[in-house]
Design a protein around this ligand. Structure first.
Ligand code: GLC
Length: 429
């Protein structure tokens, strides 16, 4: 099959998952709009349809809460193929949503779209800029209220890396009891060996029950959360998003807004600088309840490459750590490195490779001058998708495509990769 055939198929996946201006991650398993999926999908649309790209983000923002939070799921239309649905979340927004968030890729996507858009789109971009600014303010206020420079997630689903081994230790203090009856739907779509285990799942729902009982009040949640982790992935993505927002603020915002964003950037860079693990050659998450580092080598630990936080020496160390994972025979970049405690090559975020993470890592490697490694990651991702189709993720050891099929964000990344490597390079933003 030629590259243009794959491009046509990628566009067909997006079209098949389009539910009217928003795109579901995949049919059945994820039947609503997901926050960070949407941002990648919007970038994919931007390769051929700016109007539709902006629409995806506008539909996401329909779910934004008055305090600036952007939920991880927007339940635009009912579906009974997913648990936990709106009745379990019990939130109060005019469109039903979940009560937690996900990695804030929005401003990164918006900058990417802006670089491709003409003047006729500027008014819509300006409105989305404002939504992203409010969202970043929410992150600072609600999730770093003490101003330490690292934001916290209060639920593992917020990380987007649902059951990374990093969360195993923090979850040990979360009870398995739930007030909600659990009716898992995911294991009806995908083999249970690839999905979170039942006892973990009960803890995830325990957190949902606990926060619903607090009426999703951010201050109370911060105070009472039994799970409070500075996820390195989210901190890296938020900082990269702030850097994108700063660029956008010069065209769409005001001078004081640019200064406000710069202040947060300086604080967040310092926060990330403080979680460098020299021995592992990467940055790592922190458990904010007991202050300990979550010492697991993950793909997320390299995501600060997306930002100006790493020194040149640290960037080189991260590239070296990735090369050594490849030298051991793994496809880059495994969500958890083989050999780490908790590694499982097929189970959700415990080993598998995700195309969206690879795209971000390659972009970060370009930014820091590690172009050869970036090119390897991009071409392996592209050929992996051409071989396996628009699967959810890859087994890093066997390289087979796994999880759900017909995945929107995998298709979107393919569209970006098929355009040459231009879009992975930061100069494009
Ligand atoms: C899973 C992933 C999450 C993603 C969602 C929809 O829950 O862990 O990152 O947003 O699926 O694709």
């Amino acid at each position: 099959m030629s590259k243009s055939d794959h491009v046509a198929r990628a566009r067909a996946v997006l079209a098949a998952n389009d539910r009217g201006g928003y795109t579901v991650p995949t049919h059945g398993l994820y039947p609503f709009q997901w926050n960070w999926d949407s941002a990648f999908v919007a970038m994919g649309f931007a390769t051929f349809d700016i109007d539709r790209a902006l629409k995806e983000l506008e539909r996401l923002i329909e779910g934004q809460w008055d305090d600036g939070m952007i939920p991880h799921i927007i339940f635009h239309a009912p579906s009974d193929t997913y648990f936990p649905g709106p009745e379990v979340w019990g939130t109060k927004h005019r469109i039903p949503t979940s009560g937690i968030t996900q990695p804030p890729v929005l401003a990164i996507a918006l900058a990417e779209i802006n670089a491709r858009a003409g003047a006729e789109h500027h008014a819509r971009i300006a409105a989305l800029y404002r939504a992203a600014l409010n969202n970043h303010r929410w992150w600072a206020n609600a999730r770093d209220p003490e101003g330490g420079g690292l934001v916290a997630i209060l639920h593992n689903w917020e990380s987007g890396r649902d059951n990374s081994p990093e969360w195993d230790r923090p979850f040990a203090r979360v009870p398995e009891t739930t007030t909600t009856a659990i009716r898992r739907r995911d294991t009806g779509h995908v083999d249970a060996s690839m999905r979170p285990r039942d006892d973990d799942y009960r803890r995830y729902i325990h957190l949902v029950d606990a926060y619903r009982a607090l009426n999703w009040d951010p201050a109370l949640m911060w105070f009472k959360a039994p799970f409070k982790v500075a996820d390195i992935g989210i901190n890296a993505i938020l900082l990269a998003a702030e850097e994108s927002l700063l660029d956008l603020s010069r065209a769409y915002g005001s001078e004081p807004e640019s200064r406000e964003i710069e202040t947060r950037i300086a604080r967040q860079r310092a926060g990330i600088a403080g979680v460098w693990n020299a021995e592992r050659g990467q940055f790592q998450s922190r458990d904010l309840i007991d202050g300990t580092k979550l010492d697991v080598v993950t793909s997320a630990g390299f995501l600060p490459l997306l930002t100006g936080a790493p020194s040149q020496a640290q960037a080189a160390e991260m590239a070296k750590a990735m090369r050594s994972i490849a030298a051991d025979g793994a496809m880059l970049v495994p969500s958890t490195a083989p050999g780490q405690q908790g590694f499982e090559s097929k189970r959700y975020w415990r080993g598998p490779v995700w195309a969206v993470v690879n795209w971000m890592l390659a972009r970060g490697l370009f930014r820091h001058g590690e172009t050869a490694l970036a090119d390897v990651i991009l071409s392996d991702t592209r050929s992996g998708i051409e071989r396996a189709g628009f699967c959810e993720y890859f087994d890093p050891l066997s390289r087979e495509g796994l999880g759900g099929e017909g995945f929107s964000w995998t298709a979107a990344i393919y569209l970006l990769l098929a355009e040459t490597s231009r879009t992975a390079r930061p100069e494009a933003a």
